[in-house]
Design a protein around this ligand. Sequence first.
Ligand code: AMP
Length: 381
Amino acid sequence: MVVGILGGGQLARMLALAGLPLGLRCRCLDPAPDAVAGHASELVVGAYDDPAALQRLVRGVRLVTFEFENVPLAATEWLQQHVVVAPTPKALAIGQDRVLEKTLFRSLGMSVPEFRAADTLDELRAAVAAVGAPCIVKTRRLGYDGRGQVRLQPGPELPTAIDAAFAELRPAAPGGLIVERFVPFDRELSVLAARGQDGRMAVYPLVENVHRGGILRRSRAPAPDLDPAIETSATQFVQELLEHLGYVGVLAVELFEVGGKLLANEMAPRVHNSGHWTIEGSVCSQFENHLRAVLGLPLGSTAMAGGGVATMFNLIGELPARRDLLALPGVHVHAYGKAPRAGRKLGHATIVGDDRATVDTVAAAVEALPPTETGGWSFAG
Ligand code: AMP
């Protein structure tokens, strides 16, 4: 049985790896000939909107899914005429647009940071005045890992900063801009859930996330010292969201916790970086559960495994020596086989155990390891 995936990065690679023991093979479409999913699956090289490449992707596949949401909608529409597409392109369209996302969250009763859409410079000025500084200007579409964002501070420089933000972001923002009130959050959380074709749902324990420079650095599961009321409210919200969208597959929602309350920031209609710990830390990983869901198979348990505590640490821009990483007790290493580049997610390490303090000590040791040359890690040599 072959599953098609739009995108051939590390998420597709981990989906493909999760599929192998279930007797599934994946075929991925990616414009890059060295896309790393190619190490574990068949890789079709081509543009997402190239009909010939899409035709090669769908030949003989059971269905097509995504590893990221910034896929041209025209491609998903073409695909829908030829094959089952899951999750639904409707969820993808909402996940591509920060204004649609936040509007939907609010309509489902979830609080969001105050926001305004803005297309023109005048609209941006008015939006900043309405929302109030400090605030963040973001591109509505195509932003990821903190790219396409400018923070604005209150003060005499604000009018000039608004003009500069518009000049920087607007040319690369075909969908326009959004201004969001800056949230002085206590911490960031995320909730991951799967919904099967039969409508059954499975929600993973809430995760605490730390970002650096807009990129996820560390996830801890379950989120330490979590108020059960917060867990319940996030769990109910993600279930309502999945139900509302008629969603099939895994979806993640990023949240801010502030003063004992939750605000929803964005959703990812796909497997998510803050769920990588589930490979070793859950009975059934997010990757396996996504495949199970889209194929109409029973979902696996989202209960914690391996001791009940997990920390995932992203390896960004550079990698420590393999020998040093593997010398740390209980560290599970995932190197994606990518060439090193500043700000690039090259791999991650997960530590599981039965004691938060011990797991965190090992995670701190991973973080403290010195980077090495590419030596020994890169598939490209
Ligand atoms: P995003 O691309 O929206 O996930 O933003 C990347 C990161 O920027 C988030 O994980 C937060 O750390 C931070 N951030 C985004 N939006 C806000 C906001 N409205 N208030 C405070 N921090 C934010």
